[in-house]
Each structure stands twice: as structure tokens, then as C-alpha cells.
Design a protein around this ligand. Structure first.
Ligand SMILES: NC(=O)c1ccc[n+]([C@@H]2O[C@H](COP(=O)([O-])OP(=O)(O)OC[C@H]3O[C@@H](n4cnc5c(N)ncnc54)[C@H](OP(=O)(O)O)[C@@H]3O)[C@@H](O)[C@H]2O)c1
Length: 256
């Protein structure tokens, strides 16, 4: 099969491209850096020519709710329209667990628009919601650092290895589209890691593995996430597929 990967140069995208090729299929990556822009549609038709499926793992940077909703709706609409023209038979999108349970930050508003556009598009699709990746606590610690101290919210997570997400996306792209037949959490619509973790502990261990000597302080105020993410809100629903790679395994692999 020929599978186009929108955002194929990103953190998840690179792993998706590698997994498609490892399975003996053809991967075509499209990103602005490679001359294909979902926003302007430049290079899009060329990248999708002959593709059987598209996996969307783009991650546009957005600052406000209005910008997020407009951007995600526009790029998803452009991608779906280009897929229709090219006769692509399956649109696979990566989304986020608990998307409807919290208002969240602008990214969450954008992701809801993305899912809405896909469901309203009428074409063959599958949406996989994933929990936070193992590198997420280190990333949000980086976002809120001042005077050598990083503020990390005490989130309860069930994080997953980026490679496990990539493998699941490719398996879904190679199978028949779900078309929203199952909106309930299930092994093909939601994926999480094997066990719950504390984001502050994960961030400290990530920094230690990187040799980063910044201090980490548990805090909601001033951190990258609001208190609406407290409690069990970010945990996967019943029936979610549980991937095998734990945070310990991921750290031990040197991936941090
Ligand atoms: N981090 C988490 O814990 C987590 C959890 C669940 C789901 N997710 C989802 O995972 C997805 C991927 O995240 P990531 O961290 O892998 O992203 P990333 O590393 O930031 O990569 C984003 C990719 O999108 C491309 N891109 C951005 N704007 C584009 C445009 N207008 N046209 C074409 N390509 C564009 C980028 O390339 P160019 O810049 O060259 O265009 C890059 O290849 C996101 O949608 C996020 O919601 C993340």
C-alpha cells in the first residue's frame, strides 16, 4: 500500500513513516519542510497522488482558541478535499484521550474541530485517541521554566511510548476504516500505556536522564496545564487498547 503521512517529519510522523516501510509498504511524507502545506494546499495534490490511505499526525502551532479552531478546521478540510480528489480510501487521524472531558488549552479546541471536520466529511475514516506520550512531562516542564526552575502540574497520566502510537496508527491504516461506527472507547479508537504515572515524577526522571539539573516544582498555577486536568480526567476509558512499553522501559531505552 502507498500511505501518505501528513506531518511525517514530526516526532510521531517519523516513527509512522519508519513503521510503514518496516512492513514493506510505501510511505510518502508531507510537511511544509518538504514542500507540502496543508494550510495553503501547496504540493498537496502531488503528495497524495496514488495514495491508498493518509495518516494525519500534523501539529500546527496555535496560540489562541479562535486561531486553533480556525487552523485545525482549515487544514483538515483541505486535506480531506485533496484526499477526495485523489481517491484516497482511508483517512486516519491521531487525536487525544479525554478530548470531550475538559475544555483544555487552544490545542484541545483545535483537535475537537479536527474530529468534527472528519466526522462531517462523509468519507472513510478512523480516529485514534492516545493518552500523553512518555516525553510529555519533560515537554511541559520545558514550557514553564523560569530562573532554573520548572513548574510541572501534578497530573495523573497513563502515558504511552510514541513508537506504540505509531505502530497502532499504521495497523489501523492497513485495516478497514471504522467510520465512527464505534464512538465508545475501544482497542481501535483509544490507546494508552500500561500503567498510571505521576507527571512530576516523570519530569524529574526525564531531566535526570538528560543530565538536566533544573529544579522541578509541582504546581498548577504558572504551569502549562490548568487544574481542570486534575484527578482521573486524563486516564483512558474502559476497553482502550493498552500498549506494552512502560515509562521505565522508555527511559531505559535512552529515548529521553
Ligand atoms: N504529545 C502528546 O502527548 C500527544 C498525545 C496525544 C496526541 N498527540 C497528537 O500528536 C500529533 C503529532 O504531534 P507531534 O508531537 O508528533 O508533532 P510535531 O513533532 O510538532 O510534528 C508536527 C508535524 O506537522 C507538520 N506540519 C505542521 N503544520 C503543517 C502544515 N501546515 N502543513 C503540512 N505539515 C505541517 C510539521 O512539519 P513542518 O513544520 O515542516 O510543516 C511536522 O512534520 C498532534 O496532533 C497531537 O495532538 C500528542
Amino acid at each position: 500500500m502507498r500511505i501518505a503521512v501528513a506531518g511525517g517529519t514530526g516526532r510521531i510522523g517519523r516513527l509512522v513513516v519508519r513503521e510503514i516501510e518496516r512492513r514493506g509498504h510505501e510511505a510518502v511524507s508531507l510537511s511544509r519542510g518538504e514542500g507540502a502545506d496543508l494550510r495553503t494546499r501547496e504540493g498537496l495534490a502531488d503528495a497524495l497522488r496514488g495514495a491508498d490511505a493518509v495518516i494525519d499526525v500534523t501539529n500546527p502551532s496555535v496560540a489562541t482558541v479562535a486561531e486553533a479552531e480556525e487552523t485545525f478546521a482549515a487544514i483538515t478540510g483541505n486535506l480531506l478535499a485533496a484526499e477526495r480528489s485523489a481517491g484516497v480510501g482511508h483517512h486516519v487521524a491521531l487525536s487525544i484521550t479525554a478530548l470531550d472531558a475538559v475544555d483544555g488549552n487552544p490545542h484541545y479546541f483545535g483537535k475537537r474541530e479536527q474530529e468534527r471536520a472528519i466526522r462531517a466529511g462523509g468519507g472513510p475514516y478512523s480516529i485514534l485517541r492516545a493518552t500523553q506520550f512518555h516525553d510529555f512531562p519533560g515537554m511541559i516542564a520545558d514550557w514553564a521554566t523560569e530562573d532554573g526552575e520548572s513548574l510541572v502540574p501534578p497530573l495523573l497520566l497513563q502515558p504511552i511510548a510514541p513508537l506504540d502510537v505509531a505502530v497502532a496508527l499504521v495497523e489501523i491504516a492497513l485495516a478497514a476504516p471504522q467510520n465512527g461506527t464505534s464512538e465508545i472507547a475501544g482497542p481501535r479508537t483509544e490507546i494508552a500505556g500500561p500503567r498510571t504515572e505521576d507527571a512530576v515524577d516523570m519530569a524529574r526522571r526525564t531531566f535526570a536522564a538528560r543530565g538536566d539539573d533544573r529544579r522541578i516544582r509541582a504546581a498548577w498555577r504558572g504551569s502549562a496545564m490548568s487544574v481542570e486536568f486534575a484527578g482521573e480526567v486524563l486516564l483512558p476509558g474502559e476497553g482502550a487498547r493498552l500498549a506494552l512499553t512502560s515509562f521505565d522501559d522508555w527511559l531505559a531505552s535512552g529515548a529521553a
